[in-house]
Design a protein around this ligand. Structure first.
Ligand code: ZN
Length: 445
């Protein structure tokens, strides 16, 4: 299996090189990322767990993605949280109970999507519909049961505004600025979306800070649709960029050191929930990396840097399938497709690449899985339900998944978010707002 992963990675490197070459000619090409969990053990699912595979490349259709003990909590509020610069004072151990000693019934169930890459604007002139604009249009009117706006997070790879990679940079800048103006969180997903598992601190710093620079360059709302002005960016205030996710979920300890040095508040690249004894009702709440990470023993101590994990999802077992509107046998079906999927635990990577592309799931199957996991969170320890997705998969230019159309993929996420918002205890919020609550937990109203 390791050899197979190596071959896939090498293939991807070749494809990405090709993509970069094509980029200079202005063709529509994206790079994919995604994640494949470690096949042989869940316990250290991450260092070698992700990979990517891109498929693609001679059409313009494709894309990418990425896909990547309780309980004492000394929370501590740092006064600098508004600036995005943590001051190494936060210290929260991985815990399976809500912070602040709150009872479960007083604890909101937070839900968020972290949309990565974001290269297809969906704007007029982009030759595609959906994508980033689908997401912003969908969320704009949505409210939580307490009347607050339902919003999520977007982690940008700045190469899509720094060069003509997927479509005109001016269109992508406009779509990204709209994301921020609508009240979603904008985070950093590096500049070039490279494979970084062997990067030095300096390499990570360059990639992460270059993305920050592009995001925070001034936005020009009157730029021509095909403008490529290198002095203009997405107009996101630098002090509103708090979070980072690594491409392909490939990272190392240097990633976390670079984030600390750059003053980031949180990382959201580490997978949690793959331990055998965890079952979707008892995942760790977000924690600081003061004592490393249960999800990845290779990560050392990074005082005050928060981890907002990529949580494993659980595919409904046979006796729950009917309740969620699908035939029994989904776990066996997925195992038959790829044998690393364990039909006993039913654990699936919390990223849409894996659902749509790798496991060729249908709309009904994805909706059933997401609803089942939310219901387990509500009945369980109420750890936030955070998962990753790619707006590019919800654009008509992206055609790879075989068992779900663009519209069906959009409808799946829409149906799940509306289901979540129908529950009085659920709050759909950006990662940073969820983290603010974890630091200062208050009972649900
Ligand atoms: Zn990515």
């Amino acid at each position: 299996m390791k050899k197979l992963l190596f071959i896939i990675v090498m293939l991807c490197l070749t494809i990405i090189t090709t993509a970069c070459d094509q980029q200079s000619t202005g063709s529509d090409e994206l790079r994919p990322d995604n994640t494949i969990p470690d096949s042989d053990s869940n316990s250290d699912s991450d260092s070698d767990s992700d990979t990517d595979s891109d498929t693609d490349s001679d059409s313009d259709s494709d894309t990418d993605t990425d896909s990547d003990t309780d309980s004492d909590s000394d929370t501590d509020t740092d006064s600098d949280s508004d600036t995005g610069f943590n001051v190494d004072t936060d210290n929260m151990s991985p815990a399976q109970l809500p912070p602040g000693g709150l009872s479960l019934s007083d604890t909101p169930v937070f839900v968020s999507i972290g949309f990565d890459d974001n290269s297809y604007s969906g704007l007029e002139g982009s030759l595609g519909e959906g994508g980033i604009t689908w997401a912003t249009d969908f969320f704009r009117p949505l409210k939580n049961s307490d009347g607050t706006d339902a919003r999520v997070s977007f982690f940008m790879s700045a190469i899509y505004i720094g060069s003509w990679m997927s479509e005109s940079p001016a269109l992508v800048k406009t779509a990204w600025h709209t994301v921020w103006a609508d009240g979603h969180e904008v985070g950093d997903h590096t500049y070039a979306h490279s494979h970084g598992d062997a990067f030095t601190i300096e390499q990570w710093t360059d990639e992460i800070s270059s993305c920050m620079d592009w995001l925070s360059k001034p936005y020009n709302p009157s730029a021509a649709a095909y403008d490529d002005n290198k002095d203009e960016g997405a107009g996101i205030p630098a002090d509103e960029i708090y979070g980072f996710r690594t491409p392909f979920l490939e990272y190392n300890d240097n990633t976390m050191t670079a984030l600390q040095n750059l003053g980031f508040t949180y990382d959201c690249s580490i997978e949690e929930g793959w331990e055998d004894e965890q079952n979707g009702t008892d995942y760790y709440w977000p924690y600081t990396l003061n004592n490393g990470s249960p999800g990845n023993p290779d990560i050392g101590s990074h005082n005050g840097l928060w981890e907002m994990p990529v949580y494993a999802l659980i595919v409904p077992p046979d006796d729950k399938c009917a309740q969620y509107g699908i035939p029994a046998g989904l776990r066996d079906k997925l195992h038959a497709l790829l044998d690393w999927f364990d039909p006993v635990s039913g654990k699936m990577v919390g990223f849409d690449y894996n659902w749509w592309v790798q496991f060729k799931m249908t709309k009904a199957e994805v909706v059933a899985m997401l609803k089942y996991n939310l219901d387990m969170r509500i009945a369980g320890n109420r750890a936030p339900m955070l998962f990753g997705a790619h707006t590019d998969y919800y654009n008509t230019k992206y055609t790879a998944p075989e068992n779900a159309t663009t519209t069906e993929r959009q409808e799946a996420l829409e149906e799940f978010i509306k289901y979540a918002l129908s529950k009085k205890e659920v709050r759909v919020k950006p990662y940073k707002e969820i983290l603010d609550w974890v630091k200062n937990p208050t009972p649900i109203q």
